[in-house]
Design a protein. Structure first.
Length: 469
């Protein structure tokens, strides 16, 4: 009943009389906070006639897009971008990251529309439209990928902390405690603002790239075809692994579930779609800038390091200390910890929302823990399992990171297919249904992912079948 109430948009024409504090206090705690959030946004919409009002509304609507894209620059992504720059230098991967940013925008924009129009999360819609079998399939797909990805986040937190002299037994449990408190102890609005602050620290890698004093002329020429030659050929296993890993760290299944549920929990409506797109553009721009900075940094400082494509964060930190000094190494370590932390925050939230939506239970970060144990507990347990695994000594961290990113690429086509089917459901989407052009681009992206997966599989199983060296 409470969920159906929240699906009704608040009036935006004549200002309604706000409910009295007594009425709101009679509501369940989670519903009270969700209604307050929606009333706040409704008030901002009514006052959005002047530039100040439009600015206030625009700033208030920032959140899901920035969080999903900067959260995508996670600890695994940091390592993947650095492995890419160390292996191939200033070449084809620089323009490829810009292209992947466009791809990420195309994919994630669909989740903004889907959430704002239906006011339902991604998992809920799959269960509602396609039944329990496909609901379970998508949920298990997501949870497995999330736990694996969370392992790489805690690896980043652990290694970053160790580089700063902090033991793993301190940093990993502390991070887990912060993630748990942020999800369980805060309400949505506060959770989002704190998460945005953590996400903004992702930009620390930009000054690091500047400190490396790269050849900016060479960087510019990489965007017009210079240095695109690939040692071993474009069908070599190393190249295909890094292509798959870069795709996997740019678009992943958790992002679809996270952004759509975030849009719903925040209370965005169809009239907010344009603002949601701007929020997403801002996040994509930040993601691409940080990815480019990391590739440039690694190309300048790590190129030529033996086994570059399999480097783990520990080796990278050591090489940075040797070439740029302790201050740069410490800055990279802090950035690595931040990247792992923000990603773990948003991925844990995506798990919680998906479980809540799948089983029809309370599914809002505004819900009090005592009212929504089934919403919070599975996500926290999954995150705790990932944290426990990375405490195991002797893990092959470089292999783990690449494997997780490739797994994300393998899982993505199925997630894309569900997304496309939902966006073409006219009963759900009405006038916001996908256009033919959007469908064509989305299908091309999905086919490219399948082709990349196929080539990677062939190259891995039959190294000489593609004629690569």
């Amino acid at each position: 009943m409470t969920e159906r109430l929240l699906e009704l948009p608040l009036p935006v024409m004549a200002p309604p009389s706000p409910p009295s504090p007594t009425v709101l206090e009679l509501l369940p705690d989670g519903l009270e906070h969700r209604l307050r959030d929606r009333m706040h946004l409704a008030e901002l919409r009514r006052n959005a006639s002047g530039w100040r009002g439009r600015l206030a509304l625009g700033l208030a609507l920032i959140g899901p897009g920035v969080l999903v894209m900067l959260g995508d620059n996670d600890a695994g992504g940091v390592v993947t971008y650095a492995q890419t720059g160390a292996t191939y230098g200033l070449g084809v991967f620089l323009p490829m990251m810009v292209l992947l940013g466009v791809v990420a925008y195309v994919v994630q924009e669909m989740t903004v529309r889907l959430g704002a129009v239906t006011r339902r999360g991604h998992a809920e819609l799959i269960w509602m439209r396609y039944g329990a079998f496909w609901g379970w399939f998508s949920l298990i797909d997501l949870i497995v990928a999330n736990v694996l990805t969370l392992m790489t986040e805690f690896v980043g937190i652990r290694l970053g902390g160790q580089a700063l002299g902090l033991p793993a037994w301190l940093t990993v449990p502390a991070a887990l405690g912060f993630i748990t408190y942020a999800l369980v102890g805060l309400r949505y609005w506060t959770w989002e603002r704190i998460s945005l602050f953590v996400a903004a620290l992702n930009l620390v890698f930009v000054p690091l790239a500047l400190l490396a004093h790269p050849d900016w002329h060479a960087v510019a020429r990489a965007f017009v075809g210079h240095g695109w030659a690939v040692p071993g050929g474009v069908l070599s296993l190393t190249f295909l692994i890094l292509v798959s890993a870069n795709i996997g760290t740019t678009i992943a299944p958790w992002q679809l579930f996270f952004q759509q549920s975030c849009v719903v929990d925040k209370g965005l409506l169809p009239q907010d779609i344009k603002a949601g797109r701007r929020d997403l553009m801002l996040g994509v721009a930040g993601m691409v800038v940080v990815a480019l900075a990391l590739i440039v940094l690694a190309a300048q400082t790590l190129k030529g390091v033996p086994g570059a494509h399999g480097l783990d964060a520990g080796v990278m930190l050591h090489a940075l200390r040797q070439r740029l000094g302790d201050a740069a190494m410490s800055l990279f370590a802090l950035g690595l910890m931040e990247a792992g932390l923000i990603a773990a925050i948003v991925i844990t939230a995506s798990s919680a929302w998906a479980v809540g939506e799948a089983f029809g239970i309370e599914r809002s970060i505004n819900a009090a823990p005592r009212q929504a144990l089934g919403f919070y507990l599975p996500a926290i347990v999954g995150t705790a399992v990932a944290a426990a695994v990375v405490m195991i000594p002797g893990l092959d961290l470089g292999f783990l990171n690449l494997s997780v990113q490739v797994v994300a690429t393998v899982f993505m086509p199925a997630a894309m297919l569900f997304l496309l089917m939902l966006l073409n459901d006219r009963e759900l989407m009405g006038v916001h249904v996908n256009s033919a052009a959007r469908n064509a681009v989305s299908i091309a992206i999905m086919l490219a992912l399948i082709a990349c997966n196929g080539l990677y599989g062939v190259a891995a199983l039959f190294p000489h079948a593609l004629g690569a060296r």
